[in-house]
Design a protein around this ligand. Structure first.
Ligand code: SF4
Length: 460
């Protein structure tokens, strides 16, 4: 599509609302008026949690997404505001005590660090594993190459989000500890790596949220990939929650139109462009701004695929998922994944047993037509790969989980079914044991060897 038609397709929108964000400092100062309806004890608990886990919410989320008549049970409130149950009772008591007696900053910091260290900041070895190397064998920051055909890139300008999700599995990136951050500012590093790796077909730009960054930075990373030397990169995926948390990114932000034109140029240049949109609840799709943003993205030729985890207190209900998928289909979005809450952060508060996740998935799927049944899952992004729960059944008198790799460190594992003993309480792959008296799952020895090699050298 020629550039001129893009200009015609996206007439400038009217000026929209300003992006305004609230953080821990606003909780401390009491400057979020909506919270006045909560008790002082509740507000103190929120501050205690927000010292440990990141908190950031913008005015659009507060005013358009949260139903304040239903707080604290409102799912969008649970999704964005710190909840007392996110800390273990002892930790919550210790933190509230420190805050109440206005303990010295050093004492608070020491306690916070102790609690964070117990929250598994990098699930599935995010920091240590999957880090590719340059031609000289030096680790490359801001890149991950776990599966043969897909590279993940973490641009440094995209390592925050328009609001933070309370359950976020990348929370460690947001707490200001530089040693925990994965990011790269170097477009050249990304392009060099992709030039050398012709087996890679998909690039996923992720964060945080890459769409917090200016369009011109995104263009620096993506537009060079239209050159013939990058013909092997067929799909450009952008992981984002902005369609939900800040749809004005596509409507009235200063460079909103530039963003849409960039997407259109990438599509016109022959790439499959997919916005991997993160949704947790159908209410995120209901506002006029959200709907206009979705329509504008679709006009560019980019596809929106929806994914998100199953989270207790937010969407652990088949009716919520069924309505989410139905609404997505009617807006032209492709339901793509239902994830299992990852083994990090406040997981004890947000997780649901695998057996329950599978029931919710099944019951939700039964309520929607074929076009809504494209979401895969419930899927665990675990160290060996993406493993989904196919079902619960009985084989030769033993109750088992039927599992399958959707994606594996070894491509040969993909689609291979395997079986685990049924455990009604298990919430993650590492809690499952092989069925039928087996000692190990089929992939375990190979995985151990791969992890050892990864720690020694990694891809280059
Ligand atoms: S949008 Fe994604 S990265 Fe950002 S806070 Fe939510 S889960 Fe975390």
């Amino acid at each position: 599509m020629p550039h001129s038609s893009a200009t015609k397709a996206f007439p400038r929108m009217q000026p929209g609302p300003r992006f305004e964000v609230y953080t821990l400092a606003d909780l401390e100062k009491g400057t979020i008026p909506h919270l006045q309806s909560l008790s002082p004890q509740q507000r103190l608990a929120m501050r205690a949690v927000a010292h440990v886990l990141p908190f950031r919410v913008n005015r659009y989320v507060i005013e358009e997404l949260i139903d304040w008549d239903r707080v604290p049970d409102d799912p969008l409130f649970q999704l964005t505001f710190p909840q007392p149950g996110m800390l273990a009772p002892d930790d919550l008591a210790a933190m509230t005590d420190l805050l109440q007696r206005q303990a010295p900053a050093g004492e608070i910091r020491a306690r916070v660090q102790k609690i964070r260290a117990r929250l598994n900041p990098h699930p599935a070895g995010q920091l240590a594993l999957n880090r590719p190397r340059d031609a000289e064998g030096n680790p490359i920051g801001g890149l991950q190459h776990k599966y043969r055909e897909t590279v993940l890139f973490f641009p440094s300008q995209g390592q925050t989000c328009h609001s933070y999700c309370t359950f976020c599995f990348r929370w460690a990136q947001f707490i200001g500890d530089k040693s925990l951050r994965m990011a790269s500012r170097e477009a050249g590093v990304l392009h060099d790596y992709l030039r050398r790796h012709r087996e890679v077909t998909d690039l996923l730009i992720t964060g945080g949220d890459p769409l917090v960054m200016k369009t011109r930075h995104l263009a620096d990373y993506l537009e060079p990939l239209l050159a013939p030397e990058f013909a092997h990169i067929r799909t450009l995926r952008i992981g984002t929650k902005s369609l939900s948390f800040w749809p004005h990114r596509y409507l009235s932000d200063e460079d909103a139109d530039d963003l849409l034109r960039l997407l259109e140029r990438l599509v016109a240049g022959g790439k499959h462009v997919a916005l991997m949109a993160h949704y947790n609840h159908w209410r995120e799709l209901e506002t006029p701004a959200a709907r206009r943003a979705i329509a504008r993205v679709r006009e560019t030729g980019a596809v929106i695929r929806a994914q998100g985890p199953l989270i207790a207190h937010v969407n652990d209900d088949p009716g919520v998922w069924a309505r989410l998928w139905q609404t997505q289909v009617s807006l032209g979005i492709v339901p793509y994944y239902m994830f299992v809450e990852r083994d990090t952060g406040a997981r004890h508060y947000f997780e649901a047993p695998l057996a329950r996740c599978w029931e919710i998935y099944r019951q939700a799927l039964q309520q929607v037509s074929g076009l809504g049944r494209t979401a895969r899952g419930p899927s665990m992004s675990a160290t060996p790969g993406k493993v989904d729960i196919q079902g619960v059944t009985e084989i030769a008198g033993e109750k088992v989980f039927v599992l399958r790799f959707i994606q594996g460190r070894n491509p040969d594992w993909v689609q291979r079914p395997f079986f685990a003993r049924f455990d009604p309480k298990a919430t993650w792959l590492d809690q499952l044991r092989p069925a039928f008296g087996e000692e190990k799952f089929f992939f375990e020895d190979e995985l151990a060897a791969m992890l050892q090699a990864d720690r020694r050298g990694g891809a280059s």
